[in-house]
Design a binder for this molecule. Structure first.
Ligand code: ATP
Length: 313
């Protein structure tokens, strides 16, 4: 039977400029290699899920998000549709600008990012209520933390009441209420987010076990702590028993890890929709994320289903 994934989250236009060093107060700096890329964690994860979905199986990917009333927002919405997303719940907000990230990339390789949430700030609980059907019909709901928390909580409550599994990628990191954590079925933090949410610094398998326990105590059944090039630590609590292990990623020549986590999350959910085992879903997500780190940029680096299947063949 065909399955539905709904992703709720942010949409940003990333303005990327290469600079010799970050601009100092009062300094006017000449940069080079300016480009605009489509980004935002919600959009990246939705695009990853769409590119990696085998639509011939009848599965569907909905995206709930907000753009401003501007050309860049409309162009992004069109691009999402071309990737195969259902964009009927991507709202155009009158009088708002589409979310923007101004990214300086220094010669050292470090990033400095300033975000203007713009229309993303209008993704409120009322918008969630307008698109209730997209959550009711979903098997899985995937969210991140770049849009208002009241809407994330409202969506999680609705999903749980309908038997839709709730997955949260808690990025960018911020403290969360026990109420929200208690509504989650799966959480997918990286090491930094894990430390902020549990107080435990993940340095090795031992500390990952302890951090996962904190999430389980909040009522979350499945915990995936992503460990960058080292892979993930997966921990599951079933009938009072906790089992965990590290599942290594693929070794590739990484040139830019932007959106590795987003690609991982989108791919992981795509595979769950196909009813693959957790282990297989993680392997598929590792493959897609590994390919993404071999190319520059956020959405441009997200691979297709064919590329990912070929990588795994
Ligand atoms: P980002 O913020 O850079 O998008 P993240 O911090 O959310 O990423 P990570 O834990 O860095 O997430 O990585 C997520 C997944 O991406 C990893 O579990 C792995 O599958 C893949 N990955 C990340 N870095 C590498 C790498 N250098 N080589 C291979 N795979 C990688």
């Amino acid at each position: 039977m065909s399955k539905v994934l709904t992703i709720l989250g942010s949409i940003n236009a990333d303005h990327v400029i290469s600079v010799p060093h970050f601009a100092r107060p009062g300094e006017t700096l000449t940069g080079s290699q300016y480009h605009i890329a489509y980004g935002g964690k919600g959009a990246n994860q939705a695009v990853a899920a769409a590119r990696l979905t085998d639509f011939s199986l009848g599965n569907k990917v909905n995206f709930i998000g907000c753009i401003g009333s501007d050309e860049i927002g409309r162009a992004m919405k069109k691009a999402f549709e071309q990737d195969g997303l259902d964009v009927s719940a991507v709202n155009e907000i009158a009088g708002e600008t589409t979310g923007v990230a101004m990214i300086q990339v220094a010669e050292s390789g470090e990033n400095s990012i300033v975000i203007s949430a713009g229309a993303n700030g209008a993704l409120t609980a009322e918008v969630v209520a307008q698109h209730e059907d997209k959550i009711r019909q979903a098997d899985y709901l995937l969210m991140q933390l770049e849009t208002p928390l009241d809407a994330i909580l409202a969506a999680a409550k609705l999903a749980q009441s309908q038997g839709t599994k709730v997955v949260l990628n808690p990025a960018p990191a911020r403290p969360l209420s026990d109420e929200l954590l208690g509504l989650l079925d799966i959480i997918t933090p990286n090491e930094t987010e894990t430390e902020i949410l549990t107080g435990i610094q993940v340095k090795d398998e031992q500390s990952a076990v302890l951090a996962a326990q904190v999430f389980h105590q909040k009522g979350i059944e499945t915990v995936l702590i992503t460990l960058g090039s080292k892979g993930v630590y997966i921990s599951q609590q079933q009938s009072g028993k906790i089992e965990g292990q590290i599942i290594s990623g693929f070794r590739v020549n990484a040139v830019d890890t932007t959106a590795a986590g987003d690609t991982f999350n989108g791919a992981f959910l795509t595979a769950l929709l196909e009813e693959r085992s957790l282990f297989d879903a993680i392997r598929f997500a590792h493959a897609a994320a590994a390919i993404s780190v071999t190319c520059k940029g956020a959405q441009p680096s997200i691979p297709s289903r064919l590329e990912t299947d070929n990588f795994l063949a």
